[in-house]
Design a protein around this ligand. Sequence first.
Ligand code: BGC
Length: 407
Amino acid sequence: MCKTRFKILSIVLSFVLLFGTLFVPTSAIAPGDVNYDGKINSRDSLLLRQFVAGFDRHVAKSADLNNDGKINAADVLWLRLKIAKHDISAYTEEIDASFPKGWRRGVNMGNMLEAESEGAGGYRLEDEYLKVIAEAGFDFVRVPVRFSAYIDSSGNIDETFLQRMDHVLNACIDNHLGVIFNIHHFDALMEDPQTNKELFLKMWEQLASRYQHMPDSVVFELLNEPSRNLDVDQWNALQKECIALIRKTNPTRDLIVTGTNYSNAGNLPLIELPENDKHLIVTFHYYEPFNFTHQGASWTSGTSDLSGITWNNTKEERDQIDWTFQNIKAWSEETGIPVLLGEFGAYGLVADMESRVRWTTCVRETAEKYDFAWSYWEFCSGFGFYDTQTKTFNPIYNALVPQKGEN
Ligand code: BGC
């Protein structure tokens, strides 16, 4: 009796295995076909992102796109690149989940929404740029925004401008790009923090509420480069107050926080943050040697008359970058807070392209060595790597996204 039962059971099992293999052969599910519907598209991307974010979702083994035995943020990135039809094998480096959110490469949409008004800096943030950026192998964009130009005296943000923001954020999502947006150029706050801090908080109250249902690929950055009269103590207090305010509507959204003195690396150890918040990423900006990266710049003091300063990739020059980044890494390991190099770049008015490429390569490689995500300043304006007229890239692009066989 027992034998017969066993026989029946093994026949049933063989059938299950045979037909199971015939109908859903695991090996036949293409890597990235997360919902195994025979297509690889934005539905797979959404499902995978939800799974990685901890939602109760079922994903096929094929979601392990990089085949490392784990399904995590790195796979989200692989899938995004795959959908953007970017040749993943073209990369020399491995994509790895140790970067914040699995993001590695980003670009600043500079001189667009943070200009006096959109377009006044020479560029509008066109949707087609986002497509170019995604296809060029970037994971995210940083969108600096001069919200203070669109508020009334009580801090209410203009609805038409908010609708423009809605569009920009949705266009990033449609292009499978992560997006960080911030409050940029709030000069009044830097000049007179006490008088203007309520306006700052009022803006975040509205933004946090409006965008609370956006996917987790939308990240808020509190303030660009706290500086001038906004000193360490005032900024520490205001940053904490702002985090608490945003947490009321966005308990788990990643927030980018920073230190004073223009997000200078040396000021990181002075930052005070709330304990037990696991969704903070710290950012710093790097433009050293400043006289090299800002030669010819009219908006920073003492740089407009500079020219002919080269960066030669000497050991001494490289060590200077490494030393700074190594210290930041040590701080990050101590605090457990991941790092974004939110801005770096060399202005192109008078600096020679060879030096700019050498410097950009070195800074980018050093950031990656220490698992910092990075976003280059900037896409197409004075520091940029893309010509919107000719639709071509300059050599800075290859310094940022090296193709196979290149360093
Ligand atoms: C500023 C830009 C400037 C860039 C490089 C950014 O933080 O907002 O106006 O071009 O730094 O100096």
